[in-house]
Design a protein around this ligand. Structure first.
Ligand code: ADP
Length: 392
């Protein structure tokens, strides 16, 4: 071989040496001869091995405190203790290290027992050729466990952060709207007083300006009250009870009787179920949905139908109308706070009703959405768990 070729070969060997996977093995074995047999098998693999050997419980624990190995190969029968007992120590120390039982003979029952107690695998000493693959599998599984734990921890942290930021926002909305009410009440009262005392006594512009200021203050009061109502939904404790939805609809019709009479709407209602819910809140949902169906009526004579049916584990309600409908691209964002598709002069409102409905339904473990009605109109649907628990 030329000296050049020898140098290339040597360099390759060095590189291989460099790229070898590191593996720290802790052997729990009281027979040096067996330990040597196991090592011989492992040395056949392209591994950068570091091996420590212990044979007594105290020694095992001391070794773990010094450094944590990648894998533990434990003999089953160690005289005064057993290899599976290493698992108790690992659990106590909160360590996730795969343990492979390497043993001369192991009955099926004992083997199953070892796995049950948490051993990753077992390898018989006559079948040591299987050991490298058993180690690789154990390490793969450990890595998968680590990744799974990481994903779960990330998710839990994100959920926690979201809950905290939602609670902060809710608190902010509550405090802001609550504390703004008082100064605003003063602005509204004094602009109204100005209007009453000085109307016609200044010039025409002054009357107009005072009118605008007074109207603006009143509008802001309504907005703030709505915002307060929205943040209260999340703060108020829910009172779970059996609620007959037929009774709820009857009450809602009474509240909306003026709008019903003025619009000439026909409301048809199926026989509705009795559900587990918070009566006040579910009434608010029906009132908002039916109120909207009346408000956003089209040119045709308005018709509304309310229906419900069991859909697996949930009750599914629908409130559909033949009104102006909702463009597909807005079917999601109309549920956001203050989101509206029209000016107040076209249709009155503040865009808070549907966001309150969404909050109420989601708090009860349900879902709310809207679909288009073929031929025009909207079909609002929501679900409530059949065996729902009303969270506080
Ligand atoms: P508001 O009724 O005060 O505007 P909502 O939050 O109840 O607020 O509704 C948000 C928007 O969703 C409404 O402004 C309207 O554009 C649309 N919308 C709600 N219900 C209907 C409906 N039944 N038909 C058509 N559009 C609707």
């Amino acid at each position: 071989m030329s000296s050049n070729a020898a140098a290339v070969l040597q360099a390759r060997e060095l590189q291989k040496e460099h790229t070898k996977e590191k593996l720290a093995v802790l052997m729990v074995e009281d027979s040096p001869a067996y330990a040597e047999l196991v090592l011989r098998e492992l040395r056949k693999e392209p591994l950068d091995l570091s091996v420590a050997l212990v044979d007594a419980p105290q020694q095992f624990e001391r070794r773990l405190n010094e450094s944590v190995p990648d894998v533990i190969l434990a003999d089953y029968n160690l005289g005064e203790w057993r290899g599976v007992e290493t698992l108790d120590v690992l659990r106590r120390l909160g360590l996730d290290v795969p343990v492979i039982i390497v043993t001369g003979a192991l009955g099926d029952v004992t083997a199953v027992e070892c796995i049950k107690q948490g051993a990753t695998d077992y390898v018989l000493k006559e079948g040591l050729a299987r050991l490298p693959e058993a180690i690789r599998r154990a390490l793969r599984e450990k890595e998968e466990r680590r990744l799974r734990r990481q994903v779960e921890e990330d998710l839990a942290r994100k959920v926690d952060e979201l809950a905290r930021s939602n609670a902060d926002l809710e608190q902010f909305a509550y405090v802001a709207s609550h504390d703004l009410q008082e100064p605003l009440r003063m602005v509204a009262a004094y602009t109204q007083l100005l209007g009453e005392r000085y109307r016609g006594k200044l010039d025409a512009n002054a009357d107009k300006f005072i009118g605008y200021a007074s109207e603006g203050a009143q509008r802001m009061q309504v907005l703030i009250q709505d915002l307060l109502a929205f943040s209260r939904v999340g703060r108020k404790e829910m009172v779970g009870a059996e609620v007959d939805c037929n009774g709820v609809i009857k009450d809602v019709m009474v509240v909306l009787s003026t709008a019903i009479a003025e619009s000439g709407v026909t409301i048809s209602c199926d026989d509705l179920p009795t559900i587990w819910s918070d009566r006040t809140q579910i009434s608010q949902v029906f009132q908002n949905l039916i109120g909207n169906a009346i408000k956003f009526r089209g040119k045709e004579k308005p018709r509304i139908s309310v229906a419900a049916g069991k859909d697996g584990e949930v009750w599914r309600f629908s409130v559909s109308d033949n009104g102006i409908g909702i463009p597909r691209e807005h079917t999601e964002n109309i549920f956001a706070v203050f989101h509206r598709l029209h000016t107040r002069s076209e249709y009155p409102g503040n865009g808070i009703g549907l966001s309150i409905c969404k909050k109420i339904i989601e708090r009860q473990g349900g879902r709310i959405w809207v679909e288009a009605v073929p031929g025009g109109g909207s079909n609002f649907q929501f679900t409530i768990p059949v065996h729902g628990e009303v969270a506080a």
